[in-house]
Design a protein around this ligand. Sequence first.
Ligand SMILES: Nc1nc2c(c(=O)[nH]1)N[C@H]1C(S)=C(S)[C@@H](COP(=O)(O)OP(=O)(O)OC[C@H]3O[C@@H](n4cnc5c(=O)[nH]c(N)nc54)[C@H](O)[C@@H]3O)O[C@H]1N2
Ligand SMILES: Nc1nc2c(c(=O)[nH]1)N[C@H]1C(S)=C(S)[C@@H](COP(=O)(O)OP(=O)(O)OC[C@H]3O[C@@H](n4cnc5c(=O)[nH]c(N)nc54)[C@H](O)[C@@H]3O)O[C@H]1N2
Ligand SMILES: [Mo]
Length: 778
Amino acid sequence: MKQEKIEFYKGPAGGWGALNSVKNALLRQDIPLKGAKTLLSANQPDGFDCPGCAWPDRNHASTFEFCENGVKAVAAEATARRAGPSLFAQYTVAELAGQSDFWLEDQGRLTQPMVYHAPSDQYRPIAWDDAFALIARHLNALPDPDQAIFYTSGRASNEAAFLYQLFVRQYGTNNFPDCSNMCHEPSGSGMRPQIGVGKGTVTLHDFECADAIFIFGQNPGTNHPRMLGELREAHKRGARIVSFNPLRERGLERFADPQDKLEMATLGSTPISTHYFQLRVGGDLPAVKGMMKHVLEQEDARGGVLDHAFIAEHTTGFDALAADLRAESWALLEQESGLTEAQMRSAADIYIGAKSVIACWGMGITQHKHAVATIQGIVSLLMMRGNIGREGAGPCPVRGHSNVQGDRTMGIWEKPPAALLDRLRDVFGFEPPRKNGVDTVEAIRQMLDGKGKVFFALGGNFAAATPDTYETWKALQRCDLTVHVTTKLNRSHIVHGKEALILPCLGRTEIDVQAGGPQGVTVEDSMSMVHISVGINPPASEHLLSEPAIVARLAAATLGARSNVPWLWLVEDYARIRDQIEKVFPDFKDFNRRVAVPGGFRLRNTASERVWATASGKASFHAHAVPRDTPSHIARERYKDAVVFTLLTTRSHDQYNTTIYGMDDRYRGVYGQRRVVFINDKDIRALGMQDGDWVDIQTVWSDGQERRAERFKLVAYDIPRGNLAAYYPETNPLVPLSAVADTAGTPTSKSIPVLLLPHVPGGAALAGTTVPAQAEAP
Ligand SMILES: Nc1nc2c(c(=O)[nH]1)N[C@H]1C(S)=C(S)[C@@H](COP(=O)(O)OP(=O)(O)OC[C@H]3O[C@@H](n4cnc5c(=O)[nH]c(N)nc54)[C@H](O)[C@@H]3O)O[C@H]1N2
Ligand SMILES: Nc1nc2c(c(=O)[nH]1)N[C@H]1C(S)=C(S)[C@@H](COP(=O)(O)OP(=O)(O)OC[C@H]3O[C@@H](n4cnc5c(=O)[nH]c(N)nc54)[C@H](O)[C@@H]3O)O[C@H]1N2
Ligand SMILES: [Mo]
């Protein structure tokens, strides 16, 4: 185990640290440096789409863009290690349960389908056909198809996702919880009624033209490293880059491009943010309202600030917003945002001074109770000066998983629009279920209640990624059958139903040969660009099936003569699947031809053309009150004598969601450990504790359930008082199932009211320090 240390990181993001870390990542996976050439095929015209993040590639056709975390993601899949039947013969599931998440994935790629054998408490090999027959038997025995739940993680290709939603709807349910429910759901929920599309409107070209780029609640240095390249270029040509974040994130401050020989040789770097507003956790809506208020006041004072023509021609609701802003008090905005009036005004002056503005946001915005309101506030701010649907301007929610946006486009959606269902009916001649299905949180509830009986996951790690960990585990364990289509062993396979299957699949980096020859799949990035991805590495095992093949064979086994879809014929050649996609989605017209062009094509985005697919035919301004009813507000009110903190949960530099690559978080100066909690130095002293002390974190909630995560080290950090930050997924036991974003249902993983308690080994001394039971439900 590497030495644990905390050491302030002085270098820029990227640079030599990144190259070094890449070398270590390859060595860790037993990949010889010499053979690492495959990695260079990520995002090449004839290579695979990087399974890292959803940030688009500069034309997906020319140079390899170096990305440290992209290489780590590819290396994790291309690992030389194998978790085959001999591993499972060695351990009972109870023994595997005692291993860390890191250890589980570190065993390497799964090689064969495995079935749980209860008498021995072990997983044993099973033939593919037997596995499909087992699932089919369970599904067909359910009296109501809504008792089955079909989860999706955002790596599934368009082809796999399309077949999956078709199969599940023919089976009879819309129960499609997905990772998006925990991620950018509020972005869609906010923007769809507002501008008629649930996606961002900008392209990389707009990043070349923007005069100002506002970044809310996002850590691109770690999570979207290739975005730093765009920000760096923008900065060099004089654009303003304005960050809003409670933490000082290194990747938002300085960046050295590992492909810039001069910077690397001279240890130079480029500043990223020109302005950094360190607001309070959850303070974005008041901060944005302060900015809008200043814009309005400047219009009143000197005119020419608002885009009157845009507002008149394209929007509704401006007068109501203006009235709301005029009535807003600066004192309240300051108190709730953690920024001063002067700071909000200066941020707004940058906004006013720029002709074209892009606003980006990530999980720091979406994982809050008032996420939808905040997003509508950000888009309203943009619209005040017509910053949408023209060059260099627009909203840019930056998606996470590499095809999470495409999966939703393909119909992985628990609330399918009627138009989609009508198309499916017309094209495939069946009546799809009309009732909305369950989202992620609702799925957990239904399994807990015994209504959800079969849980099937196309990728992901449901047991670790979701809130209220132990409740989720109970939920999964109550199922009659749990099935995971997966590349590596993870917690979700260990916390299983009465019967359980692990179905190993090809990864995106691997060659996928079907009857019709080698196949490519398609994905859609965060800017609606659709392109092809072709694997180039030999499969990790000869027994692996592709995701489309798994779905097709399962559909054929389950639906039999009930389905008129030629499942097995479709997967012989994925171009046939794309022909079906085109029939259902007119925007994919000529799909096979257009996706064969290097770089692919962009899906139509009506809002980017100033065509508003909303009920009123216009874009709308939305006025939202400054939130004062969040769980943190309620908890502080109730616990006047205690120090109630608001905890945000975030990613370290060495992880991909629940996959932990290593124990370092270089840019935040954390090495060899993950159980740390970042806290303001003054708060440490106010608690009578010291930097480096061990604490337990306990949620303040009021359903009588105790939620605690134990043994975290206090790390003094540049973070506002009253706020804490710690890593996910270790902190997921702290997120109550009932803590969700209004109207979007997203777990509020960025704002959990908590208390810090001194950690006592064994926890015995904690008796009596639990949250009083009389607290009300927030
Ligand atoms: N290497 C790597 N890449 C990834 C991932 C990964 O785990 N590893 N995950 C992928 C996925 S699925 C996603 S969704 C994205 C996630 O990418 P991000 O959206 O960057 O997600 P987080 O790491 O959760 O970081 C959120 C940022 O929001 C800040 N923040 C927290 N609360 C607030 C707040 O109230 N207001 C503001 N303004 N800021 C706040 C945090 O300090 C942090 O900087 O990345 C994708 N890419
Ligand atoms: N507290 C807290 N919780 C959060 C978040 C947070 O910020 N804080 N973030 C949320 C967000 S934004 C997201 S997106 C979710 C992520 O939730 P998920 O998408 O469910 O989780 P991942 O960790 O990305 O899934 C990793 C697993 O995917 C499998 N896998 C990898 N590649 C493939 C593939 O090609 N095919 C298949 N079939 N399987 C594959 C591997 O087995 C790996 O173990 O977590 C959410 N949970
Ligand atoms: Mo995500």
